[in-house]
Design a binder for this molecule. Structure first.
Ligand SMILES: N[C@@H](CCC(=O)N[C@@H](CS)C(=O)NCC(=O)O)C(=O)O
Length: 346
């Protein structure tokens, strides 16, 4: 009896402890981030255009700009940010287990990732597709000529799976030569270890520009896949997902409304457009559901500019850009025939 009651006491104590733990973990992601004082945002190993390091060791790129946007929305300060650089293999686990608050790193939104890994993908910030780079002197001009080829590819990616599918669909008998590190992958290709290298086309373009003699190589015309690259959050905290989703929408909507980093103050004080005034918090209460200040979207645009400005700076022709033309692509605004479209902010 005595033992039994002791056991019960232990069980009761454990139950109390456990419920304490439950209360602590019931804190929302926003509360956790606010209490910590900064956002933990996951990118990948330095890669042109999306998340790269400048000579002073600071991160920049279109995916980094998403991290900065969310930090600005929450804190009014884009520098309240810890950038975490995680490999393709580890990325989703690091988000699902709580090491990162947000993942923003050229991750393709797929059904299995969205439904089986305890994470949720949000509005894509770049629509990509997979391609191949080959040496010009190989004489290859189409992906369908890669019969029996050795192709260098990063492991743990959609790229690897699509390559296998492409080979099967077209009876090409391609050998996948896999790497954890895309720099080693590219070095192997450059040293003749593979006939081709495959990755998302934007990555191919960014990497090609850094090859010793870019003109010796060619990106083949075929696009193998749909790669909607999107930020992702842990499954189960809808308000947190809303914060990230609407931060991306704010970037897109600002471009549509003509709000830029340079004119955002003017627009907030002098615009006659109710859409502008609502988005920038001069009118209405759009912020309340997010649990953020009225200035949340103003702070984003003030800190990083609108979607078009970010694209130009890092993916387009800007000084830190990788020269990928936006006009006519899926990444144009919907008003220009692209897929960048924000639901109404009202
Ligand atoms: N979009 C693909 C590829 C993801 C990806 O980020 N691959 C990285 C690994 S960190 C990479 O190698 N990027 C640069 C490159 O392929 O050149 C996916 O989500 O699986």
């Amino acid at each position: 009896m005595k033992l039994k009651s002791k056991l019960m006491t232990v069980t009761a104590a454990a139950a109390i402890l456990f419920s304490g733990a439950t209360i602590a973990s019931a804190e929302t992601t926003l509360e956790t981030v606010q209490a910590r004082g900064h956002l933990r945002c996951q990118v990948g190993p330095p890669s042109p255009g999306f998340y790269n390091l400048d000579s002073a060791g600071a991160w920049y790129g279109i995916d980094v700009a998403i991290c900065e946007s969310v930090a600005a929305a929450i804190f009014g300060d884009k520098t309240k940010l810890e950038i975490q650089s995680v490999s393709s293999q580890q990325r989703f686990t690091a988000l699902a287990n709580g090491d990162s608050d947000l993942l923003s790193r050229t991750a393709t939104w797929t059904m299995s990732r969205d439904t089986q890994l305890g994470i949720d993908f949000l509005q894509p910030n770049f629509y990509d597709g997979q391609g191949f780079t080959v040496r010009k002197d190989s004489g290859i001009t189409s992906a369908l000529e890669l019969k029996g080829a050795k192709v260098c590819v990063t492991t743990g990616t959609t790229t690897e799976l699509n390559l296998t599918d492409f080979s099967r669909q077209n009876d090409l008998n391609i050998s996948n030569v896999t790497f954890e590190d895309f720099n080693v992958r590219d070095d192997t290709y450059l040293n003749g270890g593979c006939d081709a290298v495959t990755a998302d086309k934007s990555a191919l373009a960014g990497n090609l520009a850094n090859f010793p003699v870019p003109a010796d190589h060619l990106i083949l015309p075929e696009t193998l896949s749909k790669e909607p690259l999107a930020p992702a959050v842990r499954h189960g905290d809808n308000q947190w997902a809303d914060i990230v989703r609407w931060s991306v929408y704010a970037l897109i909507n600002a471009e549509e409304l003509g709000i830029t980093q340079a004119n955002v103050d003017d627009m907030r004080s002098t615009s006659k457009d109710p859409n502008v005034l609502r988005m920038l918090g001069a009118e209405g209460d759009l912020n309340t559901g997010l649990g953020l200040d009225k200035d949340w979207a103003y702070n984003i645009i003030k800190a990083v500019g609108n979607y078009g400005e970010i694209y130009e700076a890092y993916i387009g022709g800007g000084e830190q850009g990788i020269g990928i033309n936006r006009a006519g692509s899926l990444n144009a605004l919907w008003t220009d025939g692209g897929l960048m479209y924000s639901p109404p902010m009202r």
